[in-house]
Design a protein around this ligand. Structure first.
Ligand SMILES: Nc1ncnc2c1ncn2[C@@H]1O[C@H](COP(=O)(O)OP(=O)(O)O)[C@@H](O)[C@H]1O
Ligand SMILES: Cc1ncsc1CCOP(=O)(O)O
Length: 184
C-alpha cells in the first residue's frame, strides 16, 4: 500500500485512504500511522469513529462501526488540518471538509448501515469520481450524493424487504444514469 501510494503521489494520481477499523486493533492503528506518514492522501474518508481516532478525538467505536455521537464537522475540520487533505466523514449526514469549506450531504438510507462494506464501496465510487476533470468539491459531492440517491431509489422498490434484498438491487442501481435516481 505504501509503495502504491508513493507512486501515485509522484505521478499526481489521487489517493483515497479509508482507515477501516483503525481504532479496532493495534495492528490497524500502527499500519495506518505508517501509511499516513509515508503517503499524502487526496481524501481521507471513513465513519466518524475512524476519523475521530486519527485526530485523537474521543468517540465510541466497535470494530469497524462508529457507534458514538458528537460533532462530525469538528472531526472533518481537524482531519483536513492535520493531514492537509479533503476529509469525508460518513454517516446519516456526510460531512465534507475542503480547505475552509464545509459541505453536507443528506442523501442516503438507513439500510446502508445494515450491510457490510457500504463505506468501502463508497470509497470506490469516490475514487472513480476523482478521475474526472471537475473541481474536487464537485467530484466529492457527486460521489456521496449519487451513492445516497441510489440507496433511496432502491429502498423504495417493492421487492426490497431488508438488507439481503437491498444489496444486489443497490449494486444494480450504481450502474444507472444519475438522472434516473434523482428525487421526484
Ligand atoms: N442512517 C443513515 N441514513 C442514511 N445514510 C446512511 C446512514 N448510515 C450510513 N449512511 C450512508 O452509508 C454510507 C456508508 O457510511 P457509514 O455507514 O458511515 O460507513 P462505514 O460503512 O464505513 O461505517 C455513506 O454513504 C453514508 O451516507
Ligand atoms: C475490513 C472489515 N472487517 C470486517 S467488516 C470490514 C469492512 C467494513 O466495511 P464497511 O465499514 O464499509 O461496512
Amino acid at each position: 500500500m505504501i509503495r502504491a501510494g508513493k507512486a501515485a503521489n509522484e505521478k499526481g494520481v489521487p489517493v483515497v485512504i479509508d482507515p477501516v477499523g483503525v481504532a479496532a486493533t493495534p495492528f490497524r492503528t500502527t499500519a495506518m500511522k505508517e501509511i499516513l506518514t509515508e503517503v499524502k492522501p487526496t481524501v481521507i474518508k471513513g465513519n466518524a469513529g475512524e476519523l475521530a481516532h486519527l485526530v485523537e478525538v474521543p468517540w465510541e467505536t466497535k470494530g469497524v462501526e462508529s457507534i458514538g455521537d458528537g460533532d462530525a464537522d469538528e472531526i472533518a475540520s481537524k482531519v483536513t488540518e492535520a493531514y492537509s487533505c479533503t476529509a469525508v466523514v460518513t454517516g446519516k449526514t456526510d460531512v465534507i471538509c475542503i480547505g475552509n469549506e464545509m459541505l453536507h450531504n443528506t442523501t442516503g438510507h438507513p439500510l446502508l448501515g445494515k450491510i457490510t462494506g457500504a463505506g468501502c464501496l463508497l470509497g470506490s465510487i469516490l475514487t472513480a469520481c476523482l478521475s474526472t476533470n471537475d473541481a474536487i468539491e464537485q467530484q466529492v459531492l457527486t460521489a456521496v450524493r449519487f451513492y445516497g440517491l441510489a440507496a433511496e431509489y432502491v429502498a423504495e422498490q417493492t421487492d426490497v424487504n431488508g438488507p439481503g434484498t437491498f444489496l444486489p438491487h443497490f449494486i444494480d442501481a450504481l450502474s444507472y444514469d444519475p438522472a434516473t435516481l434523482e428525487r421526484t
